[in-house]
Design a protein around this ligand. Sequence first.
Ligand code: SF4
Length: 293
Amino acid sequence: MSCTLCPRQCPIDRTAANGFCGCSSVPKIARAALHYDEEPCISGTRGSGTIFFSGCNLKCIFCQNIVLQDGTLGEPFSVERLADVMRKLQSMGAHNINLVTPTPHHDAIVSALKKAKQNGLTIPVLYNTNSYESVETIRSYEGLVDLYLPDLKYCDERIARRFSKATDYFPTAMNAIGEMIRQVGFMQLDENGIATRGVRIRHLVLPGCVFDTRAILDAIASRFGTDCPLSLMSQYTPIPSCTVPPLNRRLTQREYETALDYCLSLGFRDVLSQGLDSAESHYTPPFSDHVTL
Ligand code: SF4
């Protein structure tokens, strides 16, 4: 028996062993809270109802949430508890339910979303992913997920192999994002500027990798068009365990401006940009083995 939820296709039974992502068949959650550090159209004024899942199927060597990567931190959650937490976040005023690194937890999330919606969950559901996804897994969320925030991390397969052990990252992610756009279109906002439906592609500009950012932007423009909403992020912060150049330094102002200028020169109209002061470790929230909601 294999797990086929993501492109890793681990040859294991998740009820008996953990795969590359470190996850068993029971999801662990390391934080569930209102979160104010997403894009303004996601966090709004009342916060995004964010659920941080433990474990990851990509395991980037520079990850800000590296403590969650191996899947050990966090509290095991039943489907019922997960559905309850979604409804509690809604009652606290959340603009949306924001599922962070949800990929390995597909079955529990689908069951919990159905249960929560039957019991009154009405705010948009946001799937916040590294995009190393199979098209089939994304297709199965049709009708359950309203918003997708897919990262598009690398184009060059040597970078993808070196930073995430995923040589096939780029074509895989592009196909997954294509399915997201087919389902819900490009991101739409309500009269208050809050996202209600659709896709916005995120790209974190990495130090020393502006050439790859250009290739990614070219590919998005070519495949999805320049109406595709983007978040071009500058918040890269080196973590102590990642000493590999160029990831051991921050992005420079010049690098980010070069990337942003290129993006605008291609004709992208809906681009959220950031100041370099976004590169602060306080953007990483506290995680724990006990969820207080
Ligand atoms: S979700 Fe986890 S166990 Fe399943 S294929 Fe992906 S990495 Fe492997």
